[in-house]
Ligand binder design. Structure first.
Ligand code: G6P
Length: 367
């Protein structure tokens, strides 16, 4: 059946508002709320023994894979590579015996990711794919497929499928951590609980719509925008920049917060919004001081943080948006939502074709 927009102006807006439901549905596939354990289906490789994982994808799905690498390395201590699919083959990576790969794709039809799948299989890797379309070529060609339960996504720029991919990767990271005895049962319970709280936090964030719209009014005036994040929020800074470029046509760059001083700081002046993903936690201090450097050069700092982080940021930032305090593990999932929402509102203000941005396709079937 054809999907409608309901009462929303665009499919993208409707799909953004589906985040709580989609995250809940996806997490329920892979978590047991009763025992607070991760429940993974049979995998084509043994996570306790796999020597190395190759994560690959394109576009936003690649950024989900990039977060997945941070999680899997931290919780399961499995060495990971994360590459865009169109580069993986040209790097001609030495693939380890007994190795495995994780492919991420909404459509399951992206040509570059399919080409990577072929290369990985020829290199003897077991392939697990995370896809949104169960009958897709990728799902059928992989050794196993894990589904995101995002439903049909019509907006060309991925939203709910992206956070659903993150949800599956988070569950895998916890499951792998347990399989490798890197996390205790208590840790597993705590991480599972954090994931189970994600849907209601997502709903809380969507309630900040008016605040994000006000921020969008400022961002819409800019010619260039810089997004900064550190650790697992670095790929989310890249996602914020990608979304803004894709649908509002404003030039944006995502950068690792600590790397700003090695280049982009040269661009900073009072015309460049610096959008920071800066929740409280172990990485806060350093990121905050990077932002202070930007502010000292006239940069207009706009920060997403939480109640603990807000006071320090308010001393120099132009806008501070307080998100719920969620903890470092689920932070990337929950920070993806406001940056997507921001891009959406900027695009609406710019009057672009939000659901069908120029030159882009929902599924790219050419290499
Ligand atoms: C296109 C879309 C992106 C998407 C990418 C990968 O470029 O515009 O939103 O992230 O393809 O698509 P996939 O279906 O493999 O996730």
């Amino acid at each position: 059946a054809a999907v409608g927009k309901g009462n929303y102006r665009h499919f993208m807006e409707k799909e953004l508002h589906e985040h709580p439901a989609v995250l809940g549905d996806t997490l329920r596939q892979y978590l047991d709320p009763g025992t607070l354990e991760v429940r993974l289906p049979r995998l084509p490789f043994d996570p306790a023994k796999v020597p190395r994982l190759t994560l690959t994808a394109c576009g936003s799905a690649f950024l989900a894979a990039h977060v997945g690498r941070y999680w899997i390395e931290k919780l399961a201590r499995i060495p990971c590579d994360a590459d865009v699919a169109s580069e993986l083959r040209y790097r001609d990576p030495p693939l380890p015996e007994g190795g495995a790969a994780i492919l991420v794709s909404q459509s399951g039809e992206t040509a570059d990711t399919m080409a990577a799948l072929k290369l990985l299989k020829e290199g003897g890797q077991k392939v697990l794919s995370i896809v949104n379309v169960p009958e897709s070529t990728m799902a059928r060609s992989s050794d196993a497929a894990l589904l995101t339960v995002a439903g049909p996504e019509v907006g060309v720029a991925s939203t709910k499928a992206f956070t659903a991919q993150l949800a599956v990767l988070a569950c895998l990271a916890v499951g792998f951590g347990r399989a490798r005895k890197q996390i205790s049962q208590v840790d597993e319970g705590r991480l599972t609980q954090a994931l189970l709280s994600v849907p209601s936090f997502a709903a809380e964030i969507l309630d900040r719509d008016a605040e994000i719209r006000a921020l969008a009014a400022e961002v819409a005036k800019a010619r260039d925008v810089l997004f900064l994040g550190r650790g697992s929020l670095f790929p989310i800074a890249l996602e914020g920049a990608l979304k803004l470029k894709e649908i509002s046509y404003i030039h944006a760059e995502g950068y690792a917060a600590g790397e700003m001083k090695h280049g982009p700081i040269a661009l900073i002046d009072s015309a460049v919004p610096v959008i920071a993903l800066c929740p409280s936690g172990p990485l806060f201090e350093k990121t905050c001081s990077n932002l202070q450097e930007a502010a000292a050069r006239g940069g207009r700092v706009m920060a997403f943080t939480d109640a603990q982080g807000a006071p320090a940021l308010r001393r120099f930032a132009e806008h501070v948006i307080e998100l719920p305090t969620v903890g470092a593990f689920s932070a990337p999932i929950l920070h993806a939502i406001p940056v997507q929402l921001l891009a959406y509102h900027v695009a609406v203000l710019k009057g672009t074709d939000v659901d069908q941005p120029r030159n882009l396709a929902k599924s790219v079937t050419v290499e």
